[in-house]
Design a protein around this ligand. Structure first.
Ligand code: CP
Length: 308
């Protein structure tokens, strides 16, 4: 029998293929549970601390919804200035105090490895909801779950990831999970300024996973089973004129897509102008079906971490 082997969820690199299969099976059970009469109350009396020190709509609200759907409770801090971290309390002391009140901690923070420090300071489970320059593992899990539901498989896939591959960290986390499956091939399309970082491409080389990098995208963009689009992250540019030069040259429209009706188009959201509305309305565009998967995946993670 499988037992979830992890205390925390900090990085996509911690998972095996068996872990992923069990997380997705549990998420599927959660989807069924959401449509029942709600007699099962697995997390009744458990408290989740929702600590978001960087802005979030989807991750925070879907975690909080997931906990409430499992009959747990939520306590929250939504701004650094609103917590004692603004009075120079250490991450470690902060973690020890929060874990006196809460049974599980979900945390987003603007420093890499800050969530790991929190996890090391407490015996309670901790989930990384994005330590910004590092990883967004739960986004990658729900992206994988979406691919599984849309395509019916996770092996033998061509995945094209486009636009902001430098700052769009969800793409790095996704690559670090997908390589676990067989016959995966990546195409990375971006402006030269926003190419996939070497830490990702070096990782793929070390695992012998095929990938190619392209900046002139018109010919190649549809050569895929899944097209994963990202927003060009204006807030990360120190030189806004560079952002201005790039943003209007990388937009997905119907002409770019030619006529590939089998391609599944995904986006982690939020989006700005990188995809035309004519694409959003296609039946194979899965942005909002992808968003529906946020709650069951996060229910599965909360349940597995507390009940393992
Ligand atoms: N995709 C994502 O992490 O969205 P939020 O920033 O709104 O949580």
């Amino acid at each position: 029998m499988y037992t979830f082997p992890h205390k925390d969820i900090l990085s996509t690199k911690q998972f095996s293929r068996v872990d992923l299969e069990n997380i997705f099976d549990t998420a599927w059970e959660m989807e069924k549970y959401l449509s029942w009469a709600k007699k099962w109350k697995p997390l009744e009396w458990y408290i989740m601390a929702s600590m978001f020190y960087e802005p979030s709509t989807r991750t925070r609200l879907s975690f909080e919804t997931a906990m409430l759907k499992l009959w747990g409770w939520v306590i929250t801090v939504s701004e650094k200035w609103n917590s004692s971290l603004s009075k120079w309390e250490t991450i470690e002391d902060n973690a020890k105090i929060i874990s006196i009140y809460a049974d599980i901690i979900v945390m987003r923070h603007p420093e890499a490895y800050s969530v790991e420090k929190t996890a090391n300071a407490t015996t309670k489970p901790v989930i990384n909801a994005w330590d910004w320059p590092h990883q967004h593992p739960t986004q990658a899990l729900l992206d994988m779950y979406t691919i599984l539901k849309e395509k019916g498989r996770l092996d033998n896939l061509k995945i094209t990831i486009v636009w902001d591959l430098k700052y769009g960290r969800t793409t790095h986390s996704l690559v670090f999970l997908l390589w676990l499956f067989d016959d995966i091939e990546f195409t990375f399309i971006s402006p030269l300024e926003l190419m996939m970082p070497e830490k990702v491409t070096d990782f793929l080389k070390s695992k012998n996973i095929k990938y190619k990098e392209i900046s002139n995208y018109k010919k190649w963009i549809c050569w895929a089973d899944v097209l994963y689009v990202t927003r060009i992250q204006k807030e990360r540019f120190t030189d806004l004129s560079e952002y201005g030069r790039i943003k209007d040259n990388y937009i997905l429209d119907l002409e770019t897509l030619w006529d590939n009706k089998d391609i599944t188009i995904m986006h982690p959201l939020p989006r700005v102008n990188e995809v035309k509305e004519e694409v959003t309305n296609l039946p194979n565009t899965a942005f909002f079906r992808q968003a529906e998967n946020w709650v069951p995946i996060r229910m599965a993670l909360l349940y597995l971490l507390i009940w393992k």
